[in-house]
Design a protein around this ligand. Structure first.
Ligand SMILES: Cc1cc2nc3c(=O)[nH]c(=O)nc-3n(C[C@H](O)[C@H](O)[C@H](O)COP(=O)(O)OP(=O)(O)OC[C@H]3O[C@@H](n4cnc5c(N)ncnc54)[C@H](O)[C@@H]3O)c2cc1C
Length: 298
């Protein structure tokens, strides 16, 4: 069967695109491999009406609601390849199945690469976090570290004192000039230039970090911005243009309705934005769904 639209990625962005197209009664397919970026976190925060709800529970409810629309098909699995052109796209699953569509929406998200420090990765999403708006409130008033992973990390260090007493670990990546030193001091941020070499604590909790000179600094939470890259190579395969965001490359959008540089291919969510947040991904997904729908008409 040939669909009007295939949506690759069935999380905040993809399911939001699907909802618009389902309600427009278009035959669509949602393909998802079940690896949303926030799967490491027990609760999602800041999403209106869903604050504190488990990410998987939000997606279960979205799937239940979308399943009520008769023109929507779902496939669980990973798309290995995408090819073609407007009105004639094909996506090939890892098991070899091929599906065709007139439009594509790429909502495949990004993959995170954390600094290579023992003890960091296993605490990701629990006591090591990327976004204070998502998880800062839960660690309010605790001893917070900001671990620099790129030269703009001071931005995050300047924000975190609104949540708790903050130490900025520069890791040799951030030059503290007089102006920045004054700003950090003005916000009450302690600066530590000796790099963290290990994260210490019971289970997924943090009790302290070990520094390169063997000192141990007491800490209860770490914020760091991982490097990001598209979670799948489909946009590259289709020839979509990219641009650099602060943490990594993302699909470049043309003005209006989440269009990529390839006619007929729309993209939404983390993979097509420098700003990574579930609500922003869902909003972009709505726009991609509308864009794909209207391009089938006008
Ligand atoms: C630890 C952590 C906690 C977070 N907490 C919050 C929070 O509390 N609040 C908040 O607003 N934001 C939070 N975020 C950010 C949020 O997770 C992302 O902004 C959001 O998930 C982006 O949605 P998305 O739909 O673009 O991508 P994702 O949610 O990452 O979903 C992409 C989907 O595409 C699928 N996929 C990828 N490639 C393929 C392929 N080739 N074939 C088929 N399927 C594919 C994946 O399996 C996945 O299901 C958090 C992020 C992290 C890392």
């Amino acid at each position: 069967m040939s669909y009007d639209v295939i949506i690759i990625g069935g999380s905040f962005a993809g399911m939001s695109a699907a909802m618009q197209l389902a309600r427009a009664r278009r035959p669509i397919l949602v393909v998802d491999s079940g690896m949303p970026r926030n799967r490491f976190a027990a609760a999602s925060h800041g999403f209106l009406g869903q604050d504190g709800v488990a990410p998987a529970a939000i997606m279960r409810e979205a799937l239940r609601q979308l399943s009520a629309y008769p023109t929507v098909d779902f496939v669980h699995g990973r798309v290995a390849a995408a090819r073609g052109e407007i009105d004639r796209f094909e996506v090939e699953m890892e098991d070899g199945a091929v599906h065709a569509a007139r439009r594509l929406v790429l909502a495949t998200g990004v993959a995170d690469t954390l600094p290579d420090i023992p003890g960091l990765a296993e605490r990701w999403g629990v006591s090591v976090m990327h976004c204070p708006y998502c998880h800062g409130y839960e660690v309010r008033d605790r001893r917070i570290g900001v671990l620099a992973n790129h030269p703009m990390a001071a931005h995050q260090a300047l924000m975190l004192p609104d949540w708790g007493p903050t130490t900025f670990f520069t890791q040799g990546l951030v030059e503290i000039d007089a102006d920045l030193a004054a700003k950090l001091a003005g916000r009450g941020v302690q600066v530590e230039t000796t790099p963290i070499v290990a994260v210490l604590g019971e289970g997924q909790e943090i009790a302290a970090v070990r520094l390169a000179d063997d000192r141990v600094a007491s800490l209860e939470a770490i914020f760091t911005a991982p490097q990001t890259a598209p979670a799948s190579p489909l946009a590259q395969q289709l020839g979509c243009a990219f641009e650099d965001g602060m943490t990594g490359p993302h699909v470049k959008l043309e003005p209006g309705q989440q269009r990529t540089s390839v006619p007929g291919v729309y993209s939404a969510g983390d993979v097509a934005s420098p700003m990574h947040n579930a609500t922003l991904a869902a909003a972009a997904g709505v726009m991609a769904g509308i864009g794909a729908h209207q391009s089938l008409i006008f």
